[in-house]
Design a protein. Structure first.
Length: 552
């Protein structure tokens, strides 16, 4: 049996075969190769070689091209040079250059005959130990395994028939996302799309970013599977064949808005009626959890909503204001709570907060209250006013409170006044209350944007936490809520969850009364409309008087 054929059998057993020669076989003009002084058919044990100074030796590597070889080299302190060379003179790789100590190397056997060239300017002992080897024929990707058992069965079936029609008929009857039991009590959700040519992307959902769906082989099935806890709720849109182009990252990112629309296979569109699918999202909630859709509870008595326009001298703008008086509000009651809500039009139109208030009052969860919904005017004004504007804070504490008092005949008291908002609204509620604790004694923050800083949106400086840590303690209570799916993405983009936790810790260290809750949700009005009532219960419920004692 030749050395090559012997190696073929040994390679399958996972060992390298070599021939040791007294010098490198690297000169193209060499007509006759040197006879090996030693043949090692299987490098099962460490190979120790005494190398004479400036006398190179070579280890000819025998075997099929493409095998993946792992070797450990121990030089014993001598400055060895080790390189992978072709027997015809070509240089493949340098592994050691006057290297000392130990090194682990990984390489593929070249197509042509090759050897390890070993030399040292001083005499020394070098030891080679094979730590692994895989034949080229075995270097194949393992079979793809899918989280979803249904998807795994489909993949297995596709390998035989290639047809997906029956699968899509099942999904058409069931709706999306596909729901299956996960590990440790979680639920597997698989989002699906059919027939895209280039890509499918998901906007929203149990995520903090835009995520791509993956194509199942070369079929017409696109999918994304996630594992979520009980009580998860979210809205989302799907976008098929989103255009891509050369340009700024943000322009490429927002191109998804040209294609994003409700999932045609989902049975829960939001809102239920819309001009088209582009103006709808799809929704889903997993059973369980602490949240409750209070807006869906029909109260026997409904409050009164009035619309107003308020022109501000200080802000030099004019906005819509809605004032809602829940059933049972008594103008003579000086302890009537006042709830001030940023992005009021969204919390009325999409959040149906007035319905939740009626249901909470009727259930005895909160006392009757007055809710003031403020329009943000537009996104540009919103971004100027809410984060940390002294002028807007003064407007809230002065002009707005006076306007509300004139309209209701009631004067809001700080200890019974709540500033509430989501995202920038949560940030604004916090900064305004800290600037004007004489006007607002409670903050209800939903996914507050505490990543924001005047130094730059993504500076990493939690400006509010720093202000709390270094500033005077104020008579303000806090309810902070954030979504578990609002965590950092790892790409430097701002997150919500971690800065909220940071602020909670600083508030606690400064002895503020703070309630912090996290829900399996994302940056989403679909969740906020259920979380805000939880905040009202926490701040106004029967047990809230016990917390008042904690406020300095």
């Amino acid at each position: 049996m030749s050395l090559h054929s012997s190696f073929s059998a040994l390679a399958l057993a996972g060992y390298l075969a070599i021939c040791l020669t007294p010098q490198a076989v690297s000169a193209p003009a060499m007509q006759k190769p040197l006879q090996p002084v030693k043949t090692i058919t299987a490098l099962k044990a460490p190979l120790a070689l005494d190398v004479v100074a400036q006398k190179p030796i070579s280890l000819r590597l025998l075997g099929a091209a493409g095998a993946l070889v792992n070797l450990s080299i121990e030089t014993g302190g001598a400055p060895f040079n080790v390189a992978l060379k072709g027997d015809s003179g070509q240089h493949y790789r340098q592994f050691l250059t006057e290297g000392q100590g130990r090194k682990h190397i990984v390489f593929l056997l070249p197509d042509a005959a090759a050897h390890l060239l070993i030399e040292s300017p001083v005499a020394g002992l070098i030891t080679l130990t094979q730590t692994g080897m895989i034949a080229a024929a075995e270097l194949v990707s393992p079979p793809r395994l899918y989280q979803s058992p249904r998807l795994q069965r489909l993949a297995d079936n596709l390998a035989e028939s290639g047809a997906t029609d029956s699968f899509w008929r099942e999904i058409g009857r069931e709706g999306t996302p596909l729901v299956e039991a996960g590990k440790e009590g979680e639920t597997l959700l698989t989002f699906l799309a059919r027939g895209a040519r280039k890509n499918v992307k998901m906007l929203g959902g149990p995520a903090n970013d835009i995520y791509p769906l993956e194509r199942l082989g070369d079929s017409d099935v696109w999918f994304r599977t996630v594992s979520v806890p009980a009580g998860t709720l979210f809205s989302y849109q799907l976008a098929t064949d989103v255009p891509d182009f050369s340009g700024p990252d943000r322009a490429r990112r927002v191109a998804i808005l040209a294609k994003a629309k409700a999932d045609p296979l989902n049975r829960h569109p939001w809102p239920e009626t819309a001009p088209d699918a582009y103006n709808q999202s799809s929704t889903f909630r997993v059973a369980g959890g602490a949240l409750k859709p209070w807006f869906a509870t029909h109260a026997q008595a409904q409050g009164k909503l009035t619309h107003h326009r308020l022109a501000s001298q200080a802000l030099k703008n004019e906005r819509d204001i809605w004032i809602y008086r829940s059933p049972g509000v008594e103008p003579s009651n000086e302890e009537t709570p006042f709830l001030f809500v940023f992005d009021g039009e969204q919390f009325l139109k999409e959040g149906h907060l007035e319905r939740s208030i009626d249901a909470l009052v009727e259930a005895g969860k909160i006392p009757p209250l007055v809710a003031v919904f403020l329009s943000s005017i537009d996104n540009v004004v919103r971004a100027e006013e809410l984060p940390d504007s002294d002028v807007f804070a003064d407007f809230m504490a002065g002009e707005l409170r006076s306007f509300v008092a004139a309209q209701t005949g009631m004067t809001p008291k700080a200890e019974h006044s709540i500033l509430a908002g989501s995202s920038f609204g949560g940030l604004g509620a916090t900064t305004i209350a800290l600037k004007h604790p004489e006007a607002f004694g409670n903050v209800l923050s939903l996914s507050g944007s505490y990543w924001w800083s005047p130094k730059g949106a993504y500076s990493g400086d939690n400006m509010v936490a720093r202000r709390v840590a270094t500033g005077q303690h104020e008579a303000v209570r806090f309810y902070l809520a954030a979504g578990l799916f609002e965590s950092t993405r790892g790409d430097g983009f701002a997150s919500i969850l971690e800065p909220n936790r940071h602020l909670r810790d600083v508030l606690t260290a400064r002895n503020y009364a703070v309630i912090h809750e996290e829900y399996p949700s994302a940056h989403d009005m679909f969740a906020w409309r259920e979380i805000l009532p939880q905040g009202l219960i926490a701040l106004l419920g029967a047990s809230n008087s016990d917390r008042d004692a904690d406020v300095e």
